[in-house]
Design a protein around this ligand. Structure first.
Ligand code: FAD
Length: 443
């Protein structure tokens, strides 16, 4: 079969929130960018769990800025607004952005188009073709057949890192003992009566859940029903159906988990309409097309982010995004769900660029949920705003490495952080998010 041959300055693998940021970061530096996404939509987990809020974009109450800030502002500026910034109902989380899913996806595609990013949907990146310590080409496939994409720089934003692993980048799976966080199938209920649904104020609906479990009406792992107001006034977003012990790198395991998730979601929707006040007239909508996978491989980098760095509010010179998210750990192995604070209230830490730079591969960077972090730190750094920002940093860094003709390991990370601060990213490169501000500032 003929192999189509394409070329680009920067190849971004994976169009989740990290890939979105990476493609924009590199393209806005004047580089040609191809973004290869295996599914029919950008967003990654955001597309698999439609309506999931962007959490963690407001450390100390102020926006991290960058492409996250731009996207939020674009949705807030629509008439009527298609997003809202609000306090999270979960302990130790700050503000979150809730949005109309379709408006957000459209805005993201528009931003990529405006930056002249060449988007390849339904296209899978496979094996790398190596030249020493460089990736010369990546073998991709779409319905027309094989495509070899030659790239000056590759940014792996695939969440799972298949191509990087094949290139020989070492990695750790889950917590290092193979335990990965639970995967989740989400859905919404439309036609709900918010006043009655949320009358008690418990975000987990633990009393109702205990009744449902005792009666055998819902799965025992549903002791905490995490139900929250969706963007539209009669909508409730349900981020509750977690399935343990699923290897997100195994497509068949993901398919089986998704079908099991459907079973539990339909059961839960039925339970809500029959037993939880305010849901009587509601119906299920926007069931995710597949489970959202939180954690698989974490690639090894020049630096690993440690929970101890987060606890002391570390702000290294190469910090590229601010974060104060708690340890948002969801059912790794037999464990429960935690939202324990990791950084003192009013403080934050920054994620170092070095955690996205491999030790040896000269033209590879990575961003998003495959960042190099220990298990507790990973549970904090993985929010979508942070993934967008990590991507923007990797894209900017890739363009800078190409412009100066150096391997990624020789980049001056402080210059990268300064470039990002100049792009409007907050809390880095000498800018400090001063203190906790109870009243929300504009994004
Ligand atoms: C159920 C769930 C709930 C969450 N809740 C929240 C929340 O409330 N707020 C929040 O901010 N964060 C939340 N998170 C965390 C956050 O959503 C993720 O950490 C983040 O979206 C990861 O982004 P990513 O771009 O790194 O990876 P992903 O979103 O996983 O994107 C990777 C993309 O790469 C594509 N891909 C993979 N392999 C290939 C390949 N070989 N070729 C081409 N394409 C490929 C995939 O199709 C996908 O689109 C949640 C995560 C999950 C799973």
């Amino acid at each position: 079969m003929t192999v189509r041959e394409l070329r680009t300055d920067v190849l971004v693998i994976g169009g989740g929130t990290a890939g979105f940021g990476a493609a924009l970061g590199a393209a806005r530096q004047g580089k040609s960018v191809r973004l290869v996404e295996g599914t029919s939509k950008i967003g990654g987990v955001m597309a698999f769990c439609p309506g999931m809020p962007w959490g963690g974009g407001y450390p100390t109450g102020r926006s991290i800025g960058g492409v996250f800030g731009e996207l939020t502002d674009a949705l807030l500026a629509l008439e009527p607004p298609m997003a809202e910034v609000r306090p999270s109902t979960l302990e130790n989380f700050g503000y979150e952005v809730i949005y109309d899913h379709e408006a957000a996806v459209f805005a993201m595609f528009q931003m990529l188009e405006d930056a002249s990013v060449e988007v390849h949907l339904n296209t899978f990146a496979g094996a790398p073709v190596m030249e020493g310590e460089r990736i010369a080409r990546v073998e991709c496939t779409d319905r027309t057949g094989p495509i070899a994409i030659e790239a000056g720089m590759v940014i792996d934003c695939s969440g799972d890192g298949d191509t990087s692993a094949r290139a020989g980048v070492p990695y750790v799976v889950g917590d290092g003992r193979g335990n990965m966080m639970g995967v989740t199938l989400s859905f919404s209920m439309v036609g709900a009566d918010w006043a009655r649904v949320f009358a008690k104020g418990d975000p987990y609906f633990e009393e109702e859940a205990a009744f449902g479990i005792a009666q055998g009406l819902i799965h025992p792992d549903l002791a905490k029903l995490y139900l929250m107001k969706g963007f539209h006034p009669d909508t409730v977003f349900c981020n509750s159906v977690h399935i343990r012990g699923v290897d997100g790198t195994d497509p068949q395991a993901v398919a089986r988990a998704t079908q099991e998730g459907r079973r539990r979601c339909h059961q839960l929707a039925r339970f809500l309409t029959r037993h939880v006040p305010g849901f009587e007239a509601a119906r299920m909508s926007e069931l995710g097309p597949t489970v959202g996978v939180r954690e698989t491989r974490k690639l090894e980098a020049v630096q690993r982010i440690l929970a101890s760095d987060l606890r002391r509010g570390a702000k290294p010179d190469d910090g590229i995004v601010a974060c104060d998210n708690p340890i948002d750990d969801v059912m790794r192995g037999d464990e429960a769900m935690t939202h324990d604070a990791i950084v003192a209230k009013g403080d934050y830490y920054t994620i170092p660029l070095r955690a996205m730079v491999p030790e040896r591969m000269q033209n590879l960077l990575f961003a998003g949920r495959l960042v190099c972090a220990d298990p507790a730190a990973f549970a904090s750094v993985r929010g979508m705003p942070q993934c967008m920002a990590m991507g923007q940093a990797a894209g900017t860094a890739a363009a800078m490495a190409l412009a100066s003709g150096v391997p990624v390991q020789a980049l001056d990370p402080v210059r990268v952080a300064a470039a990002l601060a100049a792009q409007g990213m907050r809390g880095i490169g000498g800018d400090r998010l001063e203190r906790h501000v109870p009243a929300l500032e504009a994004a």
